[in-house]
Structure formats: C-alpha cells, structure tokens
Design a binder for this molecule. Structure first.
Ligand SMILES: [Zn+2]
Length: 376
C-alpha cells in the first residue's frame, strides 16, 4: 500500500477535518471551549472503531485516551503511546483576525501547526488502519492533553503513568523547520532566589546589609553556569521598600535551560552552595517548576533508526535535530521510554500570527505515521 498516494487522494478530506478542528478554538484557560473542541475530535476518533475514555477535570478541559486494538498477541505494556494536545495559546475570537486559509501550499490559522494538525494525522492514520483492516503489531493509545501549553500536574502525572506502561512514545508536535524529528529537547528549571539583608537608614548604609546589591552581584556570578548550551535568563526581579531605606529583601526568578540531567544537577548544586558576599546576608532558593530534558538514550537512538528505515522505504528521508523548547515527550523520555518527537508536519510560526504548515508535509507525515503505527 502506497500511503503517500492514499493520503494525497484524501487531501481534501484532511483539510476539511483540520478546518473543523481549528474553527473550534480551544485556549487552555477556557475549559468550555476546550471541551467543545474535544467533543468534536472524540466523535471523529470513535468513527475509527477506537474506544475513548474520558477523564473529567474541574479546572482544565477534560482529558481523553483513545485506545485502538492491535494484534491479538500484543500485551498492554507493549503498546505505542501517541501524545497530542488539543489546547492552543490563542483566545476565542482570534480566528476573526487570523482566519483559516490556504495559500501557496501553506495552511494558516490559530493552532493549525501547534498542534491541531497532529490530531488530524492521528485521526486519519487510525481511520486508514480501520478502513483497510490493517493489523498493527501493537496496541495503539492516543492521549489528548488539554493543558499542554501551560503545564498541569494532573496531565503530567497521567502522561508519566501511560508512558511507563508503553513500549514506545510518538509525539505529534511540529517538526523542526525542514521536517527533521526532534530527538533532543532542553529541560527547564524555574528558580526563585531570595536574599534577606538588613534594613538601615540610607544615610548610614554601613549599618545595614543591602539585599539588592547582594542579589545583583550574585546574579552576575551565576552567569558562569551558562556553559555548554546552558542558558540562564533572569526575567523577574523585585526588592526594597523605599528609596531612603537600605533594601532588606530582594528576589529574582530565572528560567534556566539545559541539555542533560547532569547539567541540571550541577546548577541545582550551585544554588545549594551559594554563599553571600556580605556578612549577614542570607540566601533562600526554591524550584518553582522542573521539566526534564529529552536526552538521547540507547532506546531512542534505536527507535529513530527504525523510523528512518521505514521512512526510507517510502522514499522519505528522515533527519533528526534538537530544540530548546520542552514538550510532553520530555516526560516520557525522562522515564527511559523510547521516544520520538516532531512527527507533526513541517511549518513555521508557532505561537505567532503567521503560524502555518506545509500542506504537502501534512499528507506525507500522515502517511509516515500510518506506517510507523503499523510496523513499529
Ligand atoms: Zn504543542
């Protein structure tokens, strides 16, 4: 079966489906809107013969797990887990200014690439497997996250649990520009650093301990940790009370990104061992959030090689690359489960008004996903 041809002839259907999903705007914070979009998508998944389980949520959109049978022999823990999300960064009404349209082989619209096209890929691949009575080697589960864009403890725990019970994970986030898969992603830690000094009259500053001066000096010092791809961005700061009082408190929140867990350990250890330059100053730090990096593992290298071979047989040359941003794939990969990310289409401009995907890539990626689900 030539799935490239198969989906090329169904391109109109795919666009129609994508238009319907993009048209149901679904910003993370708007539960009602996300649930309405999910209702449509879940209805489509049910047409593939899959079983859909809903996990109702109070604050975020309801979560859904789509389960598709595999060959009779495949045990549950041998399944393929496909990660998707239905939420976008765009508010309801954005589509009036940022309409869904196609021009020059590119498809535009809010959330079209990140990642409503991923949902279309999964839907069309499962429809094809169902309609053609193909027998995938493994059971397939598709998780639809409703709060990927802002992160959420419930969804992260659920992904970890599902990934832990799966043989491999495929994530349908957009490809790198040019179509490469993402086999490495940076991890991220958000750290809040607080300094406690001592207040005094600004006329006799030597009687106090200036927390702001201590903090600023330390922030410069911490820049030495930014080596080998580690980045430290201090993006929020505060402190002091009045212009004529030596600042007693100061704080900063920083976003630190890294390629490996070893780098993360080095950073956290540096914060643990911070010593003040001014006698009497005290440091306190807190990790506000932590996302593991997606590192290359033996299992993920092997999975990429397998995918590359399957793609080559379809005359698709598959490359790999790395990116600074995180995704749900990092959670799976952090558990040591073989993971491939960036299986969504090629395009550009996510979280920006010119967000678009290449239509030819949507067709090709859906064909590739179908073969991966069938053969892996
Ligand atoms: Zn995304």
């Amino acid at each position: 079966m030539d799935f490239n041809m198969y989906f090329k002839s169904r391109q109109g259907e795919m666009i129609h489906l994508l238009k319907n999903i993009v048209g149901r705007e679904s910003p993370t914070q708007d539960k009602k809107a996300v649930d309405a979009c999910s209702a449509f998508v879940v209805g489509e998944f049910k047409k593939t013969g899959a079983k859909v389980t809903c996990f109702p949520q109070k604050k975020i959109g309801d979560l859904h797990l789509v389960e598709f049978p595999g060959s009779i022999k495949s045990p549950a823990n041998e399944r393929i887990l496909v990660l998707t999300h239905i939420d976008t960064v765009w508010p309801v009404g954005k589509i009036d200014k940022m309409p869904f349209y196609i021009s020059g082989g590119k498809v535009y619209g809010p959330g079209v690439l990140d990642m409503k096209a991923g949902l279309v890929e999964a839907l069309c691949a499962l429809k094809a497997i169902h309609q053609l009575s193909l027998r995938p080697a493994r059971k397939i589960a598709v998780f639809i996250n409703s709060a990927e864009e802002i992160g959420n403890d419930v969804t992260q725990e659920m992904i970890a649990r599902l990934a832990g019970g799966s043989k491999l994970v495929l994530c349908l986030e957009p490809a790198l520009p040019g179509g490469a898969l993402k086999t490495q992603r940076k991890g991220r830690v958000v750290i809040r650093l607080e300094v406690k000094g001592k207040a005094a009259h600004a006329g006799t500053p030597e009687k106090g301990v200036n927390a702001i001066e201590e903090l600023v000096g330390k922030l410069y010092g911490l820049k030495r940790l930014a080596t080998a791809g580690v980045t430290i961005s201090v993006n929020l700061v505060g402190g002091g009370e009045k212009a004529n009082v030596v600042a007693e408190t100061a704080w900063a929140v920083m976003d630190i990104r890294f390629w490996s867990s070893a780098q993360k350990d080095r950073i956290v250890s540096a914060f643990k061992h911070l010593n003040p330059n001014r006698p009497g100053a005290k440091f306190k730090f807190e990790i506000e959030s932590l996302t593991p990096p997606m590192e290359k593992t033996k299992a993920s290298i092997q999975l990429f090689q397998q995918a590359k071979k399957i793609a080559a047989a379809m005359e698709i040359s598959l490359a790999e690359g790395r990116t600074g941003g995180g995704s749900d794939a990092s959670i799976a990969s952090g558990l040591g489960v073989a993971t491939l990310d960036g299986l969504g289409p090629d395009g550009d401009g996510i979280h920006a008004e010119k967000e678009h995907l290449l239509l030819s890539s949507l067709v090709q990626r859906t064909a590739l996903l179908t073969e991966l689900l069938r053969q892996l």
